[in-house]
Structure formats: C-alpha cells, structure tokens
Design a protein around this ligand. Structure first.
Ligand code: FES
Length: 198
C-alpha cells in the first residue's frame, strides 16, 4: 500500500494506481477530456493537471503513477490557473465545441471573453482560423481505441503543427474499419462520426 496526501488529507492506496484513479476512488473530482478507463492514459489534453509538492511544474494526474508520500493538490490556485490556461487554448482551437465551452464554464472561464484569447487566441482565432475550424482537440482517443482495443488501425494522425488532423490512411475510406463505432463512442467532443471513416 502507498500513503498519499491529497488536498491535505492522508489516504492509503494500492500500488499501481495513477493520481487520477486514486483521487476518483475517493470521490475527489479532477476534470478530464482525454481519459478513458478502457485505454492506457496518454496525457494528451492536460486538463487533469494537479500540483505535486516540490515539483516545479503541474503534472497530468491521469498518466502519473502514485508514489509514496506524494503530497497532491487538486484544487489549488496554481492548478486552477493551469487548467484555465489549457482550456482557453482548447477553446481557441475549438470555439464551436459545446463540450469545450461547457468544460470551460465549469473551470471558471468566461467563454465570451476568455482572458488568454488576447495572448494566443488573437492569432489562433483570426490569423489561423481556417486550420482551426474543428471540434477535434487531437486527444487521439479515437486513434488509440482503434489501434489498441479493436486492433484495426483505421485512424491515425496526419500532418504536423497547427494543421495536424486525425484521418484515415491516405484520407480515403478505411478498408480496415469494421464500423464498430468505438472511435465515435470515445470522442470527448462528438467530432468523429462513423460515416466519416467507414
Ligand atoms: S485527462 Fe489527463 S491529460 Fe487528458
């Protein structure tokens, strides 16, 4: 067993859990976008950030294993600022996504007037808008469920940088797709549809 302090309370957990799993088992809420119990955590969205005492940066709780005597804060001002910054970046990328807007509101962001839009969003929303007409947050859950669970490899990442996308091989209909719909099922922003890939 591992002793851990979360939000100033001490707990004991089984070895092998992540911080997110440990917190969830005690009903301590941590927001997530790219976490799915079926799929190995990958730490893509960074919404689940928490603070570990003594660490210089915030850490993703979904992909960080617990270790003895960790002292974790899930709701400190620094954590709130970190999550807010991340959701504002996602909001800049996916301004039409209801899921992102709702999560942003839950994290205390004014979706009509997000502070960070002045810093990064001006470029993202105005200059690079064509590349960002999407609801996809590039968490890769669809790619991973297709590869790791159904083992069909019908989806993958294409291109790099701000024009990175999730696509079928060569952007054609995927012949390996069995139409199971698991990609659409795990998508946190309801972006992907089965019609697109099969
Ligand atoms: S839920 Fe942890 S990084 Fe996305």
């Amino acid at each position: 067993m591992i002793n851990l302090t979360i939000d100033e309370k001490e707990y004991e957990f089984e070895d092998g859990m992540t911080i997110y799993e440990a917190a969830k088992s005690r009903d301590i809420p941590i927001p997530t976008l790219c976490h799915n119990d079926m799929i190995k955590p990958y730490g893509a969205c960074r919404i689940c950030l928490v603070e570990e005492k003594g660490k210089p940066t915030l850490i993703p709780s979904c992909s960080t294993p617990i270790s003895p005597n960790m002292i974790i804060s899930t709701n400190s001002d620094r954590v709130k600022r970190g999550r807010k910054f991340v959701i504002e970046l996602l909001l800049s990328r996916c301004p039409e996504s209801e899921e992102i807007k709702n999560l942003a509101k839950d994290l205390g962001v004014d979706t009509e007037n997000a502070e960070s839009l002045d810093l990064v969003g001006t470029y993202l929303l105005k200059e690079a808008k064509p590349a960002f007409e999407t609801k996809c947050v590039l968490c890769g859950l669809c790619v991973r469920v297709c590869a790791e669970i159904t083992e069909r490899h019908a989806l993958g990442f294409s291109k790099r940088g701000i024009i990175r996308k999730i696509k079928t091989p060569f952007e054609k209909y995927a012949t390996t797709c069995i139409g199971c719909g698991s990609c659409a099922y795990v998508c946190p922003t309801n972006t992907i549809t089965i019609e697109e890939v099969s």
